[in-house]
Design a protein around this ligand. Structure first.
Ligand code: G3P
Length: 212
């Protein structure tokens, strides 16, 4: 499973990229809004750090403006993937961008049917927002499982991104069910590496060695 970092924060990206396990980055307008500076400059900086795909989202809602914005973002770096919301205009824009070889990450997907439409329109990635469905008492993992099943059944080459991750258990679930990608917030990445018994173990080893 590929591990992406879900942030627009340069320090966080440098830190996790330094671990040597980072496959890509996803951003969205809310994450970008937390950072100081120009949207395109931040995206460029991220692309300079990260070797894999970097998703940047369009702000327009209408097909032609989405396509125009996507072309602009895409010109920043060959790493850029365009996040397009799952709407009728989003599908039209995805079809157009697909014909121009601009990769699309269809975002805000909350059902297998939405995902299927995104796949049919030519999206390279489908971002299935698990946590936001969990938040309203609707198991988000079911959508990811359905999408993986239909991708296998029809041999589509679209990849599913297990997104809107709330806790380490989501990462474990993503891996176990065979999600192609999990996009993980920084604070969850930090939790993934931590275990109290690891800290206790290191302390004990060092103490034993010093007391030999
Ligand atoms: O990648 C999607 C993600 O950014 C949404 O997460 O926590 O805002 O639901 P969240």
């Amino acid at each position: 499973m590929k591990l992406y970092l879900d942030t627009a924060n340069i320090e966080q990206i440098r830190e996790i990229a330094g671990w040597g396990i980072l496959d890509g980055v996803t951003t969205n307008p809310s994450l970008m809004a937390k950072e100081k500076g120009d949207y395109k400059k931040i995206l460029k900086e991220i692309c300079d750090i990260v070797k894999g795909p970097v998703s940047g989202e369009v702000l327009s809602l209408e097909k032609d403006s989405m396509v125009e914005e996507a072309r602009e973002l895409s010109s920043i770096s060959e790493h850029v993937v365009i996040k397009i919301p799952c709407t009728a205009d989003g599908l039209k824009a995805t079809r157009q961008l697909n014909s121009e070889n601009i990769p699309v990450n269809m975002t805000l997907v909350f059902s297998a049917n939405q995902g299927l439409l995104g796949i049919k329109a030519g999206a390279r990635y489908i971002s299935s927002f698990v946590g936001r469905l969990d938040d309203i008492g609707n198991p988000g993992i079911n959508v990811v499982e359905d999408l993986l099943a239909l991708i296998n059944l029809y041999r589509y080459d679209t990849e599913v991104i297990f997104a809107s991750i709330r806790h380490p258990e989501h990462v474990r679930q993503a891996a176990i069910i065979g999600s192609h990608i999990a996009t993980i917030p920084y604070n969850i990445f930090i939790q993934l590496i931590k275990h109290p018994l690891t800290d206790v173990g290191i302390e004990r080893f060092l103490k034993d060695w010093q007391n030999k």
